[in-house]
Write a protein that binds this ligand. Sequence first.
Ligand code: DC
Length: 220
Amino acid sequence: MFAVAIDGPAGAGKSSVAKAAAQELGFVYVDTGAIYRTIALHVLRQGVDPHDAPAVEALLPAIQVGLEYTPEGQVMRLNGEDVTSLIRTPEVSMATSACSAIPAVRAFLLQLQRDLAEKNNVLMDGRDIGTVVLPHAQLKVFLTASAQERARRRVRQLEESGQAADYEAILRDIQQRDYQDSHREVAPLRPAEDAVLVDTSQDSFARSVERLVGLVRERL
Ligand code: DC
């Protein structure tokens, strides 16, 4: 099996770029953020504070996370329920950032992620894929863009879908999540030593996909 680990901060375009590249390569695109989001949704629904590590840990045995790959993409199931669209709210994003800092949560999801890479050629996107989950991946990419550029892209995305967008608030949110994700004790966001750094600040979407596909093809 061939594994590509893609790490980088929130909003760098990892998921859309990796998804398109996976399609071109015939690989399975694994969105690990969605798996963490599914845990966070359960935590919120139970009325538990996502920062309360012992309380979150106590919920884990009752959580069954399911993944399915359909032509439309990755479907997430929480105890059988399709929660694919429910995990995309700002509230779940913030809760996920807190839950994913809990060691027991990361340990709970580790094998699930490794199993996916054992059975498929994957392009796996997350924060610690190259450093922790798939340390032997044939290719590791750290995909990033400046916080300002990521905020601008998010504003465009929201405006295109007819929603109001506040650039300053979005930029603050991105900076806060970057800080949380890179300063936590367990599996902080950082490039693996052998990762290829890809900064997409100046790239169009198509160019970013092309760069990623090119890096994979060089190694196939
Ligand atoms: O990629 P995303 O925005 O859907 O990720 C949501 C949160 O989950 C983000 O705060 C970082 C965390 N996460 C993580 O800690 N490890 C991963 N492999 C994927 C996501």
